[in-house]
Design a protein around this ligand. Structure first.
Ligand SMILES: Cc1cc2nc3c(=O)[nH]c(=O)nc-3n(C[C@H](O)[C@H](O)[C@H](O)COP(=O)(O)OP(=O)(O)OC[C@H]3O[C@@H](n4cnc5c(N)ncnc54)[C@H](O)[C@@H]3O)c2cc1C
Length: 309
């Protein structure tokens, strides 16, 4: 059986999009086509899709909100599953159990926007997710990237996650103690994250909202949030100046390669000024790494996930 036949059978059975440009699904507005693309809304359709892809031997890639990825100009081979519509149930508060009196648990699906979950928590007078002010993308992507700020990461609020193993198609609930969170990373091997429980602390809603608004104000003043990017491009090197400061001190603010540019506002943001290709962004990334290394002997590591052919 040829790969083409397998693809068309999957496409017909699941009404998948074919040769869909992935720039439409990324905040960088960059990326070639996916052979096939599906947007499952609930667990059953996700499982059916995974099962069929497995049967036809078609590789699967996952995208959430596409705000931390850089997709190659040639796109992604196989099936791309976009989870931005994966939300069977709205965010909800779990009935109180034996938890401490000043904490409550909220539950949300992976495709929920992080901002929706954060706003829901604030409306309930629950603190612990205000750090997410201005961070785009889905809840699933935020947990997989251990999204956060200089002082707070989402891992600090996660109580447990639900996953499905793409090889065995078995569901699992993993408690926080079993989760390997590190700086901007959660290692889940071949699992897809389906949803999460958060333990949040009750607090004065006005104070929570104030912290959120302050964070949002700072973000808008210091980051190019309305331009096409994938957030901070490089990880902050341990025990050193932040990556943005190193890039700025290397004299690279405003540096351009075709449509890709180092932001004038925050040097750790690479901006697509309109017509950048993935190749331009990668060329600029290499130039930044080389210049920073030559000046400071520090090797910058990419935070953004580079993916595709
Ligand atoms: C303007 C701007 C500001 C930003 N500010 C911040 C910030 O302050 N702090 C910060 O940490 N980040 C920031 N980011 C980066 C990004 O928004 C976060 O990392 C975000 O949480 C990623 O979520 P996403 O749904 O877009 O993930 P995606 O980019 O879609 O995916 C990221 C990775 O997670 C995987 N993934 C996604 N969903 C799932 C799932 N359900 N199961 C398994 N794997 C999955 C993908 O395969 C990929 O490897 C910013 C980005 C932008 C554009």
């Amino acid at each position: 059986m040829t790969a083409d036949k397998n693809h068309s059978r999957l496409k017909e059975n699941f009404k998948l999009l074919s040769q869909e440009p992935l720039r439409r699904y990324t905040s960088f507005r960059v990326g070639g086509p996916a052979d096939l693309l599906g947007l499952p809304k609930d667990r059953q359709s996700l499982v059916d899709l995974l099962l069929a892809a497995k049967k036809e031997n078609i590789p699967v890639s996952i995208i959430g909100g596409g705000t931390n990825i850089l997709v190659s100009d040639k796109g992604i081979r196989g099936l791309v599953i976009v989870l931005s519509e994966f939300k069977s149930l709205p965010c909800r508060v779990e009935a109180p159990q034996n938890t401490q009196k000043d904490t409550k648990t909220i539950i949300a699906d992976a495709g929920e926007r992080l901002s929706t979950v954060c706003n829901f928590a604030m409306d309930q007078g629950l603190s612990g997710l205000e750090f997410a002010a201005g961070i785009p993308g889905t809840l699933g992507g935020a947990i997989m990237m251990n999204a956060g700020t200089a002082t707070w990461n989402i891992s600090q609020a996660v109580a447990s996650v639900e996953t499905i193993d793409t090889k065995t198609l078995l569901y699992q609930t993993l408690e926080k103690k079993d989760l390997a969170f590190s700086y901007r990373k959660l290692c889940l091997e071949d699992n897809i994250l389906l949803g999460a429980h958060f333990t949040l602390t009750t607090a004065d809603p006005k104070l929570i909202r104030k912290r959120f608004d302050q964070q949002m104000k700072n973000k808008k003043a210091t980051q190019p949030v309305s331009l096409a990017s994938a957030g901070c491009f490089f990880k902050n090197p341990p025990n050193n100046l932040p990556a943005g400061k190193l890039i700025e001190d290397a004299g690279l603010k405003g540096k351009k390669i075709n449509g890709a540019m180092v932001s004038e506002l925050h040097a750790n943001f690479i901006i697509n000024t309109g017509n950048a290709r993935c190749a331009d962004i990668l060329a600029l990334k290499r130039l930044i790494q080389k210049t920073v290394f030559e000046k400071f002997q520090i090797q910058l590591e990419t935070e953004v996930k580079v993916t595709g052919e």
